[in-house]
Write a protein that binds this ligand. Structure first.
Ligand code: GLC
Length: 650
C-alpha cells in the first residue's frame, strides 16, 4: 500500500516538474530517483508526515534535487557513473588524506595550486580544506559559524577560484573535501537576521522561545559543549526578545530540522558544493541534528533519519559524492553514523575514528596498550561499504571519550585515569614531556579535554628547548609510530597540516582577542614554509619526520591488505607494551600482514608462541615491509625497537 502511495506521489511530482528542469537530459536522474524514491518518501514521511503541506514539501524537495542535477557538469556526471560502477572505490589503501586551513597553509585558494605539489610529494591524494565560507569577521569558530552557505569568504578568494582549484585537483587525481555546517548558522546569517527582525518564517528555522520554560527543561539533560566559554545551551536575543538555542557558541544558532524547509535548504546547499567539485562533504556536528526535551539532544534517532534522507537525496543527484560524519561521540554511537540496519552505508560512508585517536594518545602516555586493545576490540564491526578517517591530530581538541568499562577492565579508575591523561598532556605529570594545553575544563563535572600540536604533545617542543637529542629521538619516533598506526589500521589516514614537519604549538592566539579564550588555536598555526624546506636537509627534525611519513604512505599504498574491507583481526599479546593485529586479503601479494607496534621507550620482545593460534610464522624468517629487511624468527621471538613498528609479511 505504502509503495503505491509513493509511486503515485512520484508520478504527480514528475508531471508537475518545472519545464525548464524537465527539458534537460534527466535519464540518469530519473533512474536514480526511481530507485531511491520509496526510501526518500518513507523517511521524509517519518519526519514530516504529520504536516498538512507534506506533499508540497515533498514536491519542493524533488524540485531541488532535479534543479541541482541539471546544474551538475557533464564531467561530474561521468565521474558519478564511474564511481557507481566501482562502488567500493574509497575503501582502497591508496587513499591518504590531509586536513588544512587554506589561509594558514597557502594564504588563499589561489595559493593552494602551487602547494599541491608538496602534498603530492608526501603522497596525499585527499585534501580537506577547512571551512571557506563567508563568516563574521571576529569570532567565527574557525569558520564553523557560517554567514552565507553559498559564498566563499573574500579573504580566501572567490567561487571561481574554488572551481579552478577543484579542476586542478581532479586533473591530479586528488579528492577535495569541503565542509557543510549542517547543525547551525552564524547569528549573522540572513535567516538569523530575518528571525531577529521578527519574521516568524525564519524564527521557525531555529529553536526560539519567549520564556525560559522549555529552555530550562532542555537544560536539565543537555550537556555543555564549551563549558568554559559558552556555558548553557540558550542565548537571549534582545532584538527578537526570545531565547535561541546555541549549543556551541552563543553566536552559532542551532537549526531546527523539525522544519522541512531547513532540511530542503540544506540538501540544496550540500548539492551545490557537490556540483562545485567536492568529492567528499564533511557534515559538521551531525550528532546534534535533532533536539528533544528530556534527552542529551545528541545521537537521537531522528538525527540518523535526517542523515539517511540526505544520503538518499545525494544518491539521486550526485551519487559520486561521499559524506563524512563528524560525530565525536561514544564508540557505540559513532558507528551508527554509517547507517544502522543496512549492509551498505546508508548515512555517511566515512566517519572520524575519534575512539582510535584517543586510544592511541592513551597508549603513548601509559606506554602500554591494554586499553588500546580493549577499546579497539569494543568497537562494533562497521558496515561493509564504510570506512574510518584515522587521525592523530585535527583542528579540534582531544576528547577522552573511552568507554568507562574498558578503562576499568584495563585496571584503572575512569575518572582518575582521565585526569592523569589531561595532567600528562598538559605537562603537569612529573614524568611527562608533553606541552599541551587543557581545553573545555568543566568545573561541574571535572572533565577536560586536550589541545596541542602533535609534535608538542609528543614532547618535541620540550626536547628541542633543552637540546636533548635522546628526547628528540623519542619524540620523533612517537610521531612516526602514530602515523604507522593510522596508515595500517584500516581506513583513510588523515594527516593534519604541519605534523609531517614537526610543527610545534603556536601561542600567538593568546594575544588575539577573538581567539585567546579557545586553546584549540594553539594547534592551528600558519605553516612555516621555511621549515618545510628543511625536509630536504638531512639531519633536520623536518627531514627526520617527513621522510618516514612519506615512506609509510608509499608502502601502505602497495599493501592491498591495508584496504578497509573489515579485514582486521586483533591479536592478544602477553607483552603489555605491544599492540598487534593482522590485516589480510583473500589473495595476491602481501595478502597477510602482521602489524606490531611497541609503545614503550625501551625495546620489547614479542613471543611468537603468543601468535600460535593464528599460525602466523611458518618459516624461520619474515620480511618487514617498511624497512624491506628480513628478520629471523628462529628463536621464537622478535624484538621490536623502542617506539618501533613492524609490518611483517606472512
Ligand atoms: C565541529 C568542528 C569544531 C566546531 C564545532 C561547531 O565539531 O570540528 O571545530 O567548533 O563543530 O561547529
Amino acid at each position: 500500500m505504502y509503495e503505491q502511495v509513493s509511486h503515485s506521489l512520484l508520478n504527480d511530482i514528475l508531471i508537475g516538474l518545472d519545464p525548464k528542469v524537465d527539458s534537460n537530459d534527466l535519464k540518469h536522474f530519473y533512474i536514480r530517483l526511481g530507485a531511491n524514491f520509496y526510501a526518500i518518501h518513507s523517511l521524509f514521511h517519518q519526519l514530516y508526515g504529520d504536516r498538512r503541506d507534506f506533499r508540497l514539501q515533498m514536491h519542493k524537495l524533488v524540485e531541488v534535487m532535479a534543479k541541482q542535477y541539471t546544474n551538475r557538469s557533464s564531467e561530474l556526471r561521468q565521474s558519478d557513473l564511474a564511481r557507481e560502477k566501482d562502488h567500493d572505490w574509497f575503501l582502497s589503501q591508496k587513499l591518504a588524506g590531509y586536513a588544512l586551513y587554506c589561509q594558514e597553509y597557502a594564504d588563499s585558494i589561489h595559493g593552494m595550486h602551487s602547494k599541491l605539489d608538496y602534498l603530492q610529494e608526501l603522497g596525499i591524494n585527499l585534501v580537506h580544506i577547512m571551512p571557506l565560507l563567508d563568516g563574521p569577521k571576529g569570532r567565527n569558530d574557525g569558520g564553523y559559524a557560517v554567514r552565507d552557505f553559498r559564498k566563499i569568504d573574500s579573504k580566501y578568494g572567490t567561487l571561481k577560484d574554488l572551481d579552478n582549484l577543484s579542476a586542478d585537483m581532479r586533473s591530479r587525481d586528488m579528492l577535495l573535501v569541503l565542509d557543510v555546517v549542517v547543525n547551525h548558522t552564524s547569528d549573522e546569517h540572513e535567516w538569523a537576521t530575518k528571525a531577529r527582525k521578527g519574521q516568524k518564517k525564519y524564527q521557525d528555522y531555529y529553536y526560539t522561545y519567549t520564556d525560559r520554560k522549555i529552555p530550562d527543561l532542555f537544560e536539565q539533560t543537555m550537556p555543555e559543549v564549551f563549558p568554559e566559554t559558552a556555558p548553557g545551551n540558550f542565548t537571549w536575543n534582545a532584538e527578537m526578545e526570545k531565547w535561541v538555542m546555541t549549543v556551541f557558541n552563543d553566536f552559532q544558532w542551532d537549526l531546527n530540522y523539525k522544519n522541512p524547509a531547513v532540511f530542503i535548504e540544506m540538501i540544496d546547499i550540500i548539492l551545490f558544493w557537490a556540483n562545485h567539485g567536492a568529492d567528499v562533504i564533511r557534515l559538521d556536528a551531525v550528532a546534534f541534528l535533532w533536539k528533544k526535551v528530556g534527552s542529551t539532544c545528541q545521537n537521537e534517532r531522528e538525527a540518523h533519519l535526517i542523515l539517511q534522507l540526505m544520503k538518499d537525496c545525494c544518491q539521486v543527484t550526485a551519487p559520486g559524492a561521499l559524506f563524512i560524519a563528524e560525530a565525536i561521540v561514544a564508540p557505540v554511537e559513532i558507528i551508527k553514523y554509517f547507517g544502522e540496519d543496512a549492509v551498505n552505508a546508508k548515512e555517511c560512508e566515512i566517519a572520524y575514528n575519534a575512539t582510535f585517536m584517543a586510544l592511541l594518545w592513551e597508549a603513548v602516555a601509559t606506554k602500554k596498550t591494554i586499553l588500546l586493545e580493549k577499546g579497539v576490540r569494543s568497537l562494533p564491526t562497521k558496515l561493509d561499504r564504510a570506512t574510518w578517517l584515522n587521525y592523530i591530530r585535527c583542528h579540534d581538541d582531544i576528547g577522552l571519550g573511552f568507554d568507562d568499562n574498558d578503562i576499568r577492565e584495563a585496571g584503572y579508575d575512569p575518572q582518575l585515569h582521565r585526569r592523569f591523561l589531561v595532567d600528562y598532556y598538559t605537562g603537569q605529570y612529573p614524568a611527562s614531556t608533553a606541552t599541551g594545553v587543557a581545553f573545555g575544563r568543566n568545573e561541574k563535572t571535572g572533565d577536560a579535554r586536550i589541545s596541542g600540536s602533535l609534535a608538542s604533545l609528543a614532547g618535541l617542543e620540550n626536547a628541542l628547548l633543552i637540546h636533548d637529542e635522546a628526547a628528540t629521538a623519542i619524540s620523533i619516533n612517537t610521531i612516526i609510530l602514530l602515523h604507522s598506526m593510522i596508515a595500517s589500521f584500516g581506513g583513510i589516514p588523515l594527516l593534519y597540516y604541519g605534523d609531517s614537519i614537526g610543527t610545534l604549538n603556536d601561542n600567538t592566539y593568546l594575544s588575539d582577542e577573538n581567539k585567546h579564550h579557545d586553546s584549540r588555536w594553539v594547534h592551528r598555526p600558519r605553516l612555516n614554509w621555511d621549515n618545510a624546506e628543511k625536509r630536504h636537509v638531512e639531519g633536520t627534525v623536518e627531514y627526520r619526520i617527513f621522510h618516514p611519513i612519506k615512506k609509510i604512505l608509499a608502502i601502505r599504498k602497495q599493501i592491498p591488505a591495508f584496504a578497509d574491507l573489515n579485514n582486521r583481526e586483533m591479536l592478544t599479546i602477553s607483552n603489555p607494551h605491544l599492540f598487534a593485529f593482522l590485516r589480510f586479503t583473500s589473495s595476491g601479494i602481501h595478502s597477510r600482514v602482521l602489524v606490531v607496534a611497541n609503545f614503550d621507550t625501551a625495546a620489547q620482545t614479542l613471543e611468537l608462541k603468543d601468535l600460535e593460534a593464528v599460525n602466523v610464522f611458518e618459516h624461520t624468517q619474515v620480511r618487514e615491509l617498511y624497512t624491506d629487511k628480513v628478520l629471523s624468527t628462529r628463536h621464537g621471538q622478535l624484538v621490536i625497537p623502542p617506539l618501533g613498528f613492524y609490518w611483517l609479511q606472512l
